[in-house]
Design a protein around this ligand. Structure first.
Ligand code: AMP
Length: 292
């Protein structure tokens, strides 16, 4: 256990896997349910909405902060990923989290580490296409966290829609005893989807980044007016983003929200998902069109 300087601190910071397991086992012996909120830190209101759900529904809440190296590709932002540990601890303290699990890279992946988990068929599309290492890394670290923390409920945000589908599939396919709780996407007042990566953005880039949520909003307005052609809606989104200088589209996908199969017509429940590079940040956003 890490000694904390602040005597009023309530959150216990654990960095060792064996110690985390002991604590989880002791909670279970006392019949206390554990809620787990896995994060990579640099916490914002999006993360806090997951944590609040856990605090409301579980006896003990464990938040993990671990910038997971196995989900980053060699040219991605692992080294520069924003880290604000002291600030995060203050937020966790304030909100009343019980345990912060904060293992090192070596603790999670010691020398000689060999095992990875792969969820097939729903990881090749959207983010998996441009980030081929992402979902194997995510599935692996989430399974490890589940084994270590033994949560009753685990909370994930719909901001990362495909990630949620991958985790739900993992849990179902390998019969894990944990309930996955979906939490809606949280936005800034001006519509920007909250993300730790928003911190990379300059004032100008932050304005540019609004083109993601704006284009999704416009798409939803058009769909409400009866336009169901994916081609038309996709072009509309593309024009809206590209007319904003400083953007580079990675993908625009209008697809089935479970299989990620591209659609030609917007019929039945539909996911519209975007990934766009704005300055140094690759940002994602999405919305769901309910059955029409
Ligand atoms: P991250 O730290 O980015 O890996 O995110 C940790 C968890 O917080 C994931 O389940 C994310 O989906 C969730 N999350 C991140 N941003 C948001 C947001 N704006 N709204 C809802 N959930 C979010």
């Amino acid at each position: 256990m890490i000694e904390t300087k602040n005597s009023t601190r309530r959150v216990t910071v654990i960095s060792s896997i064996s110690e985390m397991k002991e604590i989880s086992q002791s909670f279970q012996k006392q019949n206390l349910t554990i809620g787990l909120v896995p994060t990579m830190g640099c916490l914002h209101e999006g993360h806090l909405s997951l944590i609040k759900k856990s605090l409301e529904s579980c006896d003990k809440t464990v938040v993990s902060i671990f910038v997971n190296p196995t989900q980053f590709g060699p040219k991605e932002d692992l080294e520069s990923y924003p880290r604000q540990f002291e600030n995060d601890i203050e937020k966790l303290d304030e909100i009343g989290v019980d345990i912060l699990f904060h293992p090192s890279k070596e603790e999670m992946y010691p020398t000689g580490y060999k095992t990875f988990v792969e969820v097939k068929n729903i990881t090749e599309q959207l983010c998996g296409k441009s980030r081929p290492d992402l979902f194997q890394g995510v599935a692996t670290v989430v399974l490890k966290l589940f084994n270590i923390v033994q949560p009753y409920n685990a909370f994930f945000g719909e901001k990362d829609w495909q990630q949620l589908a991958v985790i739900e599939t993992l849990v179902k396919d390998i019969n894990l005893d944990v309930a996955i709780i979906r939490v809606p996407l949280v936005r800034e007042n001006d519509g920007l989807a909250m993300s730790s990566r928003n911190r990379y953005l300059s004032v100008q880039e932050r304005q540019t980044a609004l083109s993601l949520s704006r284009s999704l909003q416009k798409a939803q307005d058009h769909i409400r007016q009866g336009i169901t052609s994916v081609k038309i809606i996709s072009n509309l989104i593309q024009q809206n983003i590209l007319e904003t200088e400083g953007t580079k589209i990675d993908y625009i996908s209008i697809c089935d929200p479970l299989s990620f199969k591209e659609k030609e017509q917007i019929r039945g429940r539909t996911l519209i998902a975007l990934a766009v590079k704005v300055g140094p940040s690759r940002l994602i956003d999405n919305c769901i069109i309910e059955e029409i």
